[in-house]
Design a protein around this ligand. Structure first.
Ligand SMILES: *Cc1c(COP(=O)(O)O)cnc(C)c1O
Length: 482
């Protein structure tokens, strides 16, 4: 299995999985993709149906990571995907399933279900991939005797998932910038209560964009980056996408009895990383009818699927909503999907993609838009804050299940795309405890908290405050890096 870049330059020298594991963008500014998607045979699909999550993850990921010895990879997936790590399941769910399928009920002539992906340590789906990445990074670094300093900026979910995945790992330190006083009390406590010596929480005196700008400034200094072995774990990391492919298969098996059945998935989307994994699962041959891309008021993606126009917004045009992890102005993984849409013709793709820089947008023709729906199976939907409140109330009243704001965005879009006889699986991307302010607004009572999180905000916190200044952050890294 070899990898090239969407921008074409790396076609000449394809890379292996371990070559790109620690990489972000390709050197030409594009995103890595496998030169072709591995195909799953009917026999494999049947054999995989009964596998545990860890064994299924091994079978799928080995197709993409054939430069990791099979025994090593299998040991890693078995260490990572355990009920101890994914223990925050609801009453009546089995932690051994890792991603239990929770049927809500019958609607629109079919089954509406949630795929619970948020039972890991930070109560959001990002743990599903990030925990694996932590183990893979440690493995890859140990093989070559290297070390890595991960630098990131977060407004919540990504930073905490990265820290919980990297804590205590050999050869890795994490420097995570966050806007001082701007995260929820829960999110702040989740990150700042970590006492592991390889985790550094840096509260920056500024807003999220200031923190993000500092990370960009450091990344644009190749000499500093090389000298201090600076890396990232952002959503374009290919291994994160691959890890997410696994639960589409797991969800399919849980919702069907035989491989001639089809299901649809609805995915609360921001950077298009999660649903991109669904697209890849479908390209591998998983019988998926629809992939529904759900957005909030930041509807760049819904607009694309409705009109064929992709028009990234400016940062200042990004709304702060009650499903904050979907507040994006451009979708960083979208390039992977559009590259496939153009039949992986790098020249055709580039002619369209450059219009984002020159004209601020591109628009696809009628024929291409029909293919997006008919051939690639995509649909979309959008919700507002009022929609979220109404959905949270309705799902609680009808089914006795409290869902988080992002998942509510998904359910709203899913209900608009139900097809009789085709189960609709909504990916649950966070547990409601993370966003209890909105749950209280909707239901008049706080969200249920999983066991062990009762006293989170009271735990001792460990962090340093820094000015919003690149040189100050660099000096901090120099002092504390491995
Ligand atoms: C990150 C995140 C999303 C968006 O996922 P993408 O892969 O960026 O599309 C949705 N919901 C929650 C809770 C998240 O943390």
């Amino acid at each position: 299995m070899k990898y090239f870049s969407t921008r074409g330059a790396a076609h000449a020298a394809p890379k292996s999985f371990l070559d790109i594991l620690l990489a972000g963008l390709a050197d030409d500014g594009g995103l890595y993709l496998p030169t072709e998607y591995p195909q799953v045979t009917a026999a494999e699909l049947s054999a995989w149906r009964g596998l545990s999550y860890a064994d299924l993850a091994f079978e799928i990921i080995r197709k993409f990571a054939d430069d990791i010895p099979a025994d090593d990879l299998h040991a890693i997936t078995r260490r990572v995907y355990t009920p101890e790590v994914y223990r925050n399941v609801r009453d009546g769910e089995n932690a051994a399933d890792i991603t239990p399928l929770r049927v809500l009920g019958e609607e629109g002539g079919t089954t509406l279900a949630l795929l619970a992906l948020s039972n890991g340590p930070t109560l959001a789906f990002k743990d599903m991939a990030m925990q694996l990445i932590g183990a893979l990074f440690e493995y890859a670094l140990a093989r070559t005797g290297q070390h890595l300093n991960i630098l990131g900026a977060t407004s919540g979910d990504t930073g905490s998932a990265a820290e919980y995945a990297m804590r205590g790992r050999k050869g890795v330190k994490v420097f995570m910038l966050s806007p001082k006083g701007k995260m929820s009390a829960f999110q702040t406590a989740q990150m700042f209560s970590l006492q592991d010596p390889n985790i550094f929480n840096l509260a920056v005196e500024g807003v999220f964009d200031d923190a993000q700008d500092i990370v960009k400034a450091v990344s644009n200094d190749p000499a500093f980056k090389a000298k201090w072995a600076i890396g990232t774990v952002n959503s374009i990391n290919w291994a994160r996408v691959v890890a997410q492919v696994v639960y589409y298969f797991k969800g399919y098996f849980a919702a069907t009895k035989a491989n001639d059945e089809r299901v649809s998935f609805t995915v609360p989307s921001g950077n298009f990383g999660n649903i991109c994994a669904g697209h890849i699962a479908r390209m591998m041959g998983l019988p998926v009818a629809r992939l529904v891309c759900a957005t909030n008021e930041n509807d760049v993606l819904d607009e694309f699927f409705r009109t064929g126009s992709y028009r990234p917004r400016k940062g200042a045009e990004t709304w702060h909503t009650s499903s904050p992890s979907m507040d994006i102005s451009k979708a960083s993984n979208f390039e992977r999907f559009v590259f496939d849409l153009f039949g992986r013709d790098a020249d055709e793709f580039r002619r369209t993609w450059v219009k984002i820089d020159s004209e601020g947008s591109f628009t696809l023709d009628e024929e291409m838009r029909a293919r997006i729906r008919d051939e690639f199976g995509f649909a979309s939907g959008r919700s507002s804050h009022e929609d979220r409140l109404a959905t949270i109330r309705d799902i609680d009243a009808r089914y006795g299940v409290v869902v988080d704001t992002h998942t509510a965005d998904g359910i709203k879009a899913a209900r608009e795309q139900l097809e009789p006889g085709i189960p609709m699986i909504v990916l649950e991307t966070a547990l409601p405890a993370k966003f209890t302010e909105t749950i209280e607004q909707a239901l008049g009572r706080p969200a249920p908290r999983p066991q062990g999180f009762e006293h989170l905000e009271g735990l001792p916190q460990r962090f340093d405050v820094l000015p919003a200044d690149t040189e100050a952050v660099k000096a901090y890294i120099v002092k504390h890096a491995t």
